[in-house]
Design a protein around this ligand. Structure first.
Ligand code: NAP
Ligand code: 3JN
Length: 359
C-alpha cells in the first residue's frame, strides 16, 4: 500500500513514482492539471506546485493533502522528472530550458515552442509516436486544434484529407480565470441594468476591450498582418504539423462567446476518396480513440458545451454530406477546452511517456 508523507517541497508517495512539477498551478489550466493527475492516479512521488510570487505561500489540495505553492524559479526543477507548464509563453521561454537542464521533461501548454523544429507537438490519439523524437520539450497544441485533429484523424487515415475550413465558438475559460470572473461580473451588471465593464477580452493589454456577456466577439488573440488572428494561425499551422501534412489546406475563423467551458467548432472538410457517406464517417468516428459520436437528429442528439464540460473525450455530431461538393462533409465538434484542450492532453502525454518508457 502506498503511504503519503509530507516532504520539504511537496508530497511524497513512497514507492515507484515520478517527481512532477506544475508551473501555473493556480490557473484555469493548472488547477485542472492537478485534478486530472489525481483522477488518473498518475504515479507521483513528489508534486511541486509553482506559480508567480503572487500566489506563493498559498496551498492547494492533492489527494486530500495540502501542498504549499512556491514561486517558480530555475532551482525548483532540481530532481523533477516531468514538468507541466501552463503559465504563459514568457514563463515557458524563461524556465523550460532551465527545467530541461535539470533533467526534467517539459510538457508545455503554451505556444512558446509549438512550431519549433525538434519539438514534438503531440495529441496522443493522432501522433503519439512523435514523442520518440523529443529533446526535452514536448509541446501541447492549442485547445481548438486538439479537439479538431482528434476528430479528423480517423477520417484522414481512412479516406485522406485535403481541405479543412473551421469556425470556432470558444468558451471564456480559454482566456483564463480573470476572463471567467469578468464574464460573470458583466452578466450580473447587465441583468441589474448597469454598465458592463470590459478590461480583459478580447485580448489582455489590447487598446480596446468589449463585453463578452450577451455578446459574440470575432477576435481571439491579436491580429497577424494577414488579417487572421494568432489563434487562427495557430489552428492552421499546428494542424499541418500534427498531421504531418504541410500541403493540407486549412482556414480558420475563431470566435469567443459567453460560454464558461467547452469549445465548439463547425468544421467543413474535403476527403480524397469519392463515394463516402455519413454512415461511413459515423463508423470511423464510433471506433476511433477519444471520440464520442453524438449524432441522432431524430432524437435531437448532438454535442453541446453543457453536456461535454468535465469530460475527457471529444464529442462529434451533426455529420452531413455537403449538398454540392461530393467529397465534402460538415461536422460539429465539442470538447472541454481545459481538459482535452489543455490539462488532460498534457497528462495524457505524460502517460504516453511512461507507457513508451521515455521518462
Ligand atoms: P490563468 O488562469 O490566468 O493562470 C495563469 C497561471 O500562470 C497562474 O497559475 C499564475 O500564477 C501563473 N503565472 C503567471 N505569471 C507567472 C510567472 N511570472 N511565473 C510563474 N507563474 C506565473 O491562465 P490559464 O488559462 O491557466 O492559462 C495559462 C497559460 O496556459 C496561457 O497563457 C497559455 O499559454 C496556456 N493555455 C493553453 C491552452 C491551450 O490551448 N492548450 C489553453 C489555455 C491556456 P499566479 O496565481 O501567481 O498569478
Ligand atoms: O482563448 C482560448 O480559448 C485558448 C487560449 C490559448 C492561449 C491563451 C494565451 C496564450 C494560448 C495558447 O495556448 O495558444 C496562449 C499561448 O500562446 O501560449
Amino acid at each position: 500500500m502506498r503511504q503519503w508523507i509530507q516532504a520539504g517541497r511537496g508530497f511524497i508517495v513512497k514507492g515507484n513514482g515520478y517527481h512532477v512539477a506544475i508551473v501555473g498551478a493556480t490557473g484555469a489550466v493548472g488547477t485542472q492539471m492537478l485534478s486530472i493527475l489525481e483522477q488518473r492516479q498518475f504515479p507521483i512521488e513528489t508534486l511541486t506546485l509553482l506559480s508567480s510570487a503572487r500566489s506563493a505561500g498559498q496551498t492547494l489540495q492533492y489527494n486530500g493533502q495540502k501542498i504549499t505553492i512556491q514561486e517558480a524559479t530555475p532551482d525548483k526543477f532540481k530532481g523533477v522528472d516531468i514538468a507541466l507548464f501552463s503559465a504563459g509563453g514568457g514563463v515557458s521561454k524563461k524556465l523550460a530550458p532551465a527545467a530541461v537542464e535539470h533533467g526534467a521533461i517539459v510538457i508545455d501548454n503554451t505556444s512558446a515552442f509549438r512550431m519549433d523544429e525538434g519539438v514534438p507537438l503531440v495529441v496522443p490519439e493522432v501522433n503519439e509516436k512523435d514523442l520518440q523524437q523529443h529533446k526535452g520539450i514536448i509541446a501541447n497544441p492549442n485547445c481548438s486544434t486538439i479537439q479538431m485533429v482528434v476528430a479528423l484523424e480517423p477520417i484522414r487515415q481512412a479516406y485522406g484529407l485535403n481541405k479543412v475550413v473551421v469556425s470556432t465558438y470558444q468558451a471564456v475559460s480559454g482566456a483564463g480565470i480573470n476572463a471567467i470572473d469578468e464574464m460573470k461580473d458583466q452578466s450580473r451588471a447587465i441583468l441589474a441594468g448597469e454598465e458592463a465593464k470590459a478590461n480583459i477580452l478580447p485580448v489582455k493589454g489590447a487598446d480596446r476591450h468589449y463585453p463578452i456577456a450577451f455578446n459574440v466577439v470575432p477576435q481571439i488573440d491579436v491580429f497577424d498582418t494577414n488579417g487572421y488572428t494568432f489563434e487562427e494561425m495557430k489552428m492552421i499551422n499546428e494542424t499541418k504539423k500534427i498531421m504531418h501534412m504541410p500541403e493540407l489546406k486549412v482556414s480558420a475563423t475563431c470566435v469567443r462567446l459567453p460560454v464558461e467551458t467547452g469549445h465548439s467548432e463547425s468544421v467543413y472538410i474535403e476527403v480524397d476518396e469519392t463515394g463516402k457517406n455519413v454512415a461511413d464517417l459515423h463508423q470511423l468516428l464510433e471506433n476511433a480513440p477519444g471520440i464520442v459520436l453524438q449524432d441522432a437528429p431524430n432524437e435531437q442528439l448532438y454535442p453541446m458545451p453543457s453536456t461535454s464540460a468535465g469530460k475527457l473525450e471529444v464529442f462529434v455530431g451533426r455529420v452531413r454530406r455537403d449538398l454540392d461538393e461530393e467529397n465534402g462533409f460538415h461536422l460539429w465538434i465539442v470538447s472541454d477546452n481545459l481538459l482535452k484542450g489543455a490539462a488532460w492532453n498534457s497528462v495524457q502525454i505524460a502517460e504516453s511517456l511512461v507507457k513508451l518508457k521515455l521518462v
